[in-house]
Design a protein around this ligand. Structure first.
Ligand code: SF4
Length: 321
């Protein structure tokens, strides 16, 4: 399999049962329509079912997480068969193999003792729920690939979380394409310039901090620059882009039209931005208007901004935020 991130294909790891494959403990599946029918048109899925891959049968006894002697163990619900060591060894090996596939994101099955991203119930050995945390495989995945955008299928039904996840997936793909091979400082400078407004909409302080990393890159050296920039970039985009910050980014863009548009045209955009700020129209409305004028007047700096189209418009993610 090719592993070049500059290719068009964007790969997402996924819990196999979400694709409709009958791999669950009860012989069923958890096909997610949005994931399969909508996201499936844009991403290539890499399915992983940790329980089946570790050798458990279909159907099988359900497992749960149990806190025992300061450790989290994965035990059969009735038999208390201990799957912990096998699962941990498998997870380490499988995650190492996944690293080589250049994934740009991962969709996990909510609530699973293997795949759950968070809030998976953890029980006492007497069977009482005491706390919660990630499933064993998910925990290894997130520890080994801390920058990888990870989300659960349940949370993707929330418009803001969904938009944020897809923004991060495309951004991570761009980031890895940038740092693949022997990147030049001029490419990083151009990248930071293109991402400026997207970063402003998510985390303005981080956008400035990233600018400082770029400016200091000669002193930092290549490895430190890449690591610090990558961590800062993904952390910034993980912060939700609030309405006020979108408004600031949109108003910032308006400044570029000062000499190009008539007062009436500028006031039309300003009014639409105000409507968005007041929650009367979704983000796609001011964005569409701005894009129209950017195209019309060929505003080079703005036309290169990923903020204007951080993901395919057909996904309609900005129609609901
Ligand atoms: S949640 Fe994970 S372990 Fe469970 S069936 Fe789905 S893919 Fe397999």
């Amino acid at each position: 399999m090719a592993s070049d991130t500059t290719e068009q294909e964007i790969r997402l790891g996924i819990s196999t049962c979400l694709l409709g494959e009958a791999v669950r403990f009860d012989g069923g599946h958890k096909r997610d329509r949005y994931v399969v029918d909508t996201l499936g048109a844009y991403f290539r899925f890499v399915p992983v079912c940790p329980e089946v891959e570790v050798g458990m049968t279909i159907p099988r006894e359900a497992v749960r997480l149990v806190r025992s002697g300061g450790e989290i163990r994965m035990l059969g619900r009735t038999s208390e068969t201990d799957h912990t060591a096998k699962m941990n060894v498998y997870a380490k090996r499988r995650v190492a193999a996944l690293r080589k596939l250049n994934l740009s994101g991962y969709i996990l099955k909510k609530g699973s003792p293997s795949c759950g991203m968070e809030r998976v119930r953890i029980y006492t050995d007497k069977g009482m729920p005491v706390s919660s945390g990630p499933g064993l495989f998910a925990s290894a995945l997130m520890e080994e690939m801390p920058l990888l955008p990870v989300e659960e299928e349940g949370r993707l039904s929330d418009a803001a979380l969904r938009e944020n996840f897809i923004v991060r997936v495309f951004a991570y793909h761009r980031l890895r394409a940038l740092f693949e091979g022997r990147w030049k400082l001029s490419e990083l400078v151009a990248f930071q310039a293109r991402e400026k407004l997207l970063l402003m909409a998510h985390a303005p302080a981080a956008q400035k901090q990233l600018g400082r990393i770029v400016a200091d890159s000669r002193e930092l050296g290549r490895v430190q620059t890449r690591e610090q920039y990558s961590a800062g970039f993904m952390a910034a985009l993980a912060k939700p882009a609030k309405r006020q910050r979108h408004t600031n980014a949109l108003q910032h863009m308006l400044g570029y039209f000062r000499k190009l548009l008539s007062a009436a045209e500028r006031s039309e955009i300003a009014m639409v931005v105000e409507d968005f700020h007041a929650g009367l129209v979704p983000l796609i409305v001011p964005i569409t208007l701005v894009r129209h004028y950017v195209r019309l007047h060929d505003v080079e700096y703005l036309s290169g901004q990923t903020y204007l189209e951080p993901h395919p418009k057909e996904l309609a993610l900005r129609n609901h935020v």
